[in-house]
Design a protein around this ligand. Sequence first.
Ligand code: ZN
Length: 156
Amino acid sequence: MKQRVISFYYTLTDAAGKVLDSSKDGEAFSFIEGTGQIIPGLEKQLMELKIGDKKKINVPAAEAYGRRDESRVIKVPRQELPSQDVKLGERFKGGSEDDAPLFVVTQLGETEVTFDGNHPLADIDLTFDVELTEVREATADELSHGHAHGTHGHSH
Ligand code: ZN
């Protein structure tokens, strides 16, 4: 089966109804199915919708950004840091790969600094209000680039 490009509007809220994210600038978000571009729990349910369908999709944390893993919280002695000029909330990439996890500074101690490598949405049950706007076959270009092109996708 050919992979498809799926486009949808979304508003993402947590269990308390706080808006965490939404599709930007009135544009739908597009992704190629089966490429891991969106969280699996959301993709699975989007696949069941038809163009024009609106749905509230609940994705439990385990199918979204997972559970917090305390082993991803690390304390680094200040003397091992390349710079002493670190601020709370500052983010650092934990490697040079594109998908390297981000570490956020969560505590500034006298002798050590705490970095948290958990995803900010870990442990959060998510609700997506979605509207499916387009489903079409992915082009050869899109498949070789690994992302969607066109009005709702990536432009070069
Ligand atoms: Zn491209």
